[in-house]
Design a protein around this ligand. Structure first.
Ligand code: CP
Ligand code: NVA
Length: 310
């Protein structure tokens, strides 16, 4: 049996594969908007394992699989054996014998890597402490929809150097754009943890205004990610000057868009004026999770479909 292809980090795919996926996402989205059925995954089963909360990821994977003709099963640690100490390698062997594709949201990246090693079917990272590749897949598709190719553009990341930030940094290396990151002292990007190979696509700025200067896309995320709740009070103090506000958007390029993976906290990492303002594309960004992940699941299970999405 051939080893399945997985999607555990953004740099698991090449630029050419992303070009295909973005084109395919557009095709799938347009078809969906015309209410034209598209069932390439008829009779296939997606298992979704959640060790952390989710609204968008669960909904987009579950709805997406159904729309592609398959079905989706939701497992969480509370009421499956996963929360009672069954080894992840054992769970992987069993779950992957009963399904066609697996999506996992968990804590350490090493957990999903161990699962993938023992899985007979493709495994997709639905968020770990280190990465959130499906989010950036949808975000870059959203940027392309609004502003065209991302190559050569500048993304400003303001706030915590978390899983979403790490994934932007990987994407910059794969797709050739710049990411300017501003974090408070003590929360800087750790290049090794971010999985960077050091291609000069990342720069750190102490001052968030400096990071936003001339950016084509300004983005941020919660100050306290899931799993880090014990640090919440300290983080509220440490991040207070890293709120994306109208002044930051003013120094960005005039056509800059604002993105946030959601859920958002108005008055913390972003002001209401920005997230609800004219430069914000957060609702398109959320919707595009659905279309991009449908393209991703189709690609992992069926491969490239030529001539259908130019
Ligand atoms: N952005 C995102 O992954 O949202 P959920 O946590 O709701 O899935
Ligand atoms: N960085 C956030 C993203 C949530 C979608 C977290 O990990 O909680």
């Amino acid at each position: 049996m051939n080893a399945p292809r997985h999607y555990l980090q953004f740099n698991d795919f090449s630029r050419a594969e992303y070009d295909y996926l973005f084109a395919r996402t557009r095709w799938i989205k347009e078809r969906f908007k015309r209410y034209e059925p598209h069932h390439p995954l008829f009779d296939r089963t997606l298992v979704m394992i959640f060790e952390k909360a989710s609204t968008r990821t669960r909904l987009s994977f579950e709805a997406g699989m159904q729309q592609l003709g398959g079905s989706a099963i939701y497992l969480n640690t509370r009421d499956s054996q996963l929360g009672r100490g069954e080894p992840v390698e054992d769970a992987a062997q069993v779950i992957s014998r009963m399904s066609d594709i697996v999506m996992i949201r968990t804590f350490e990246q090493s957990i999903i890597e161990r699962f993938a090693e023992y899985s007979r079917v493709p495994v997709i990272n639905g968020l770990t402490n280190e990465y959130h590749p499906c989010q950036i897949l949808a975000d870059i598709f959203t940027f392309i929809e609004h502003r065209g190719p991302i190559q050569g553009k500048t993304v400003a990341w303001v706030g915590d150097s978390n899983n979403v930030c790490n994934t932007w940094l990987q994407a910059a290396e794969v797709l050739d754009f710049q990411v300017r990151v501003s974090t408070p002292p003590g929360y800087e990007v750790e290049p090794e943890r971010a999985g960077l190979i050091g291609t000069g696509h990342f720069a750190h700025f102490d001052d968030p205004m400096e990071a936003c200067k001339g950016a084509d896309l300004v983005t941020t995320d919660v100050w306290t990610s899931m799993g880090f709740e014990a640090e919440n009070e300290e983080r509220m103090r440490d991040f207070a000057d890293w709120q994306v506000d109208e002044d930051m958007m003013k120094v960005a390029n005039p056509g800059a868009v604002f993105m946030h993976c959601l859920p958002a906290h108005r008055g913390e990492e972003v002001s209401a004026e920005v997230i609800d303002g004219p430069q914000s594309v957060v609702w398109d960004e959320a919707e595009n999770r659905l279309h991009a992940q449908k393209a991703l699941m189709e690609f992992l299970l069926v491969g490239r479909i030529e001539g259908d999405c130019a």
